[in-house]
Design a protein around this ligand. Structure first.
Ligand code: SF4
Ligand code: SF4
Length: 280
């Protein structure tokens, strides 16, 4: 499960734009999408031939086959970064199924503000309409950057929630990419830095990290989940606890996201008023 998004503001913001904030937004708002998409960044050429059964493109099938209710066989739900859907649509670079599956998810915060996320479902099963049209989230997987409010990359995290648990289960995850070459690291940093030219994407990276870490920590506190389970047993049990709300403190995550949003509003004025999303 990804948590990443293209974000636009709705409702009130906790702080009005300052002149400084407005200037910051103008300076950061535009992403050079053409340049990012020209850079056909991959960690490893033809990585899907290593036996993963296109795990990331099939919606984590080696996990979801143990589920009874969530995400089975429909393809991965892919969040797009701020402005990305609009760029892809206007440039004719949308993969088949993206237009028909596109939707906006709005998350309301405790302070009355809200942000929306462009989402698409990929039903291509690992065969892109065009390899060069892969959205940024597909290029980044299996890694995500740990970032500061200023957009500085401070480390590397696992993008996908489920991938945090393979090691706990003493099992090998399906994705065979476990490290980055120096060249791949350069491509990863170029992509992340390019995306973070829009501060909404800094928020997105931080919000993803916050949510994933919260679920991972709660999962690890569930002792009965972590003992002597096969991956299939673990994920079957995990799904039920997740749906019962035992692995996700909704109020606490919302409070944390609200605090993050307010930090962004202080730093960038109103970072969520930048143009570039079909969610507007
Ligand atoms: S767009 Fe391509 S890389 Fe991304 S999930 Fe779909 S098939 Fe896989
Ligand atoms: S990124 Fe990982 S899971 Fe996705 S195709 Fe490559 S090896 Fe398979």
């Amino acid at each position: 499960m990804y948590l990443a998004a293209s974000i636009t503001a709705r409702g009130q913001t906790p702080h009005q734009n300052t002149l400084l904030g407005t200037l910051e937004i103008r300076r950061h708002a535009l992403i050079d999408w053409h340049s990012l998409y020209t850079d056909d960044f991959m960690y490893q050429s033809r990585c899907w031939e290593g036996g993963c059964e296109s795990y990331c493109c099939t919606g984590w099938s080696q996990v979801t086959r143990s589920f009874s209710f969530m995400e089975q066989g429909g393809g991965p739900l892919l969040p797009l970064f701020a402005g990305e859907y609009e760029f892809l649509k206007h440039s004719g670079l949308l993969q088949d199924t993206f237009e028909e599956t596109h939707r906006c998810k709005t998350i309301s915060l405790k302070n009355g503000a809200a942000f929306s996320i462009d989402m698409v479902t990929c039903k291509l099963g690992g065969v892109c309409s065009d390899h060069g049209w892969r959205p940024s989230i597909c290029r980044l997987y299996p890694f995500a950057p740990a970032v500061t409010l200023e957009g500085e990359i401070t480390g590397l995290e696992k993008m996908n929630l489920y991938d945090h648990f393979w090691e706990d289960l003493e099992a090998t995850g399906p994705c065979t990419i476990v490290s980055m070459s120096p060249e791949a690291s350069g491509g990863f940093q170029r992509l992340c830095k390019g995306l973070m030219q829009d501060p909404r994407n800094i928020f997105l990276f931080m919000a993803r990290s916050l949510f994933v870490q919260s679920v991972v920590d709660s999962t690890r506190e569930q002792q009965q989940l972590m003992t002597d389970a096969t991956p299939g047993e673990f994920f079957s049990h995990w799904e039920k606890l997740y749906l019962l709300g035992k692995l996700f403190d909704k109020d606490q995550v919302n409070a944390d996201l609200t605090a993050l949003y307010e930090e962004f509003a202080l730093r960038y004025g109103d970072p969520f008023s930048s143009p570039g999303s079909q969610c507007d």
